[in-house]
Design a protein around this ligand. Structure first.
Ligand code: PRT
Ligand code: MG
Length: 213
């Protein structure tokens, strides 16, 4: 049995066409069913539904053989996964945003100090360290847009897609940190034990990604 970990929402939706190209269709709609394990048209392939940020944990510890997770989630999780393939789905960018009246250019001079609220502390720490800026990181789990508006922080580091969430909260995107897309990650031990079927699946995904771009 091959177990694929996906999260509900955009990653699940965007993975469906890739699965289909690999000859796999899921037998249930996770938005309608409460099931966490979903069968597929391939009797030896099943999908487990987990929180987006739990995908690397499932794959790393063998709860799933492979999974799809955003680069943001993978960078925050750290190492321990074989990361073979950029699926180019669920694309967005990681950016710094501030209030419009905040002088970001002045705040990020070499040696200065800035307060940044984010869910993505590893990515943010790395980004400001590379600029030589001291950063006081404030870990949040959601509604980051509130932080600059309430005075909790000078800036946020968050994912941006259309930009409408920032706009609705009068925040300005002042710097792109990196482009984000989702990756197929594989458990290294599973890749040895189930080499042939996993390799075939990864190759099929790869061809589907190539065909779409
Ligand atoms: O929701 P949950 O806490 O379970 O987990 P999650 O939020 O990590 O999952 P999900 O499904 O929302 O996101 C899964 C992955 O999709 C992320 O890890 C990203 O790699 C990717 N992705 C792509 C996004 C977006 N686009 C995106 N726009 N993830 C989140 N957003 C959010 C963003 O955080 C912000 O709040 O959408 C808002 C901004 O959107 P715009 O269009 O207003 O700019
Ligand atoms: Mg979400």
């Amino acid at each position: 049995m091959i177990t694929l970990a996906l999260s509900k929402g955009r990653i699940f939706e965007d993975s469906l066409p890739l699965l289909k190209a690999a000859g796999i269709e899921v037998l249930e709609d996770p938005e309608k069913s409460r099931k966490l394990i979903i069968g597929t048209t391939r009797p030896d392939v099943r999908v487990v539904l987990v929180r987006a940020s739990d995908v690397p944990t499932y794959v790393q510890h063998g709860g799933a053989d492979l999974g799809v997770a955003g680069l943001d989630v993978l960078l925050e999780h750290g190492d321990g996964l074989y990361r073979p393939l950029d699926l180019r789905i669920a694309r967005c960018r990681m950016s710094v945003a501030t209030r419009a009246d905040f002088d970001y250019g002045h705040a990020v001079r070499q040696g200065s100090r800035i307060r940044v609220a984010t869910k993505y502390t590893q990515i943010a720490r790395q980004h400001f360290a590379a600029k030589g800026v001291h950063v006081d990181l404030i870990k949040l789990y959601g509604s980051m847009e509130l932080a600059p508006l309430t005075g909790l922080a000078d800036a946020i580091v968050d994912l941006v897609s259309t930009g409408s969430t920032l706009k609705a909260n009068n925040l300005v995107e002042v710097e792109k940190v990196m482009d984000i897309s989702s990756r197929l990650v594989v458990n290294p031990a599973a890749l040895k034990l189930k080499r042939a079927p996993l390799r075939a699946l990864i190759d099929a995904f790869e061809q589907a990604v190539e065909a779409r771009s």
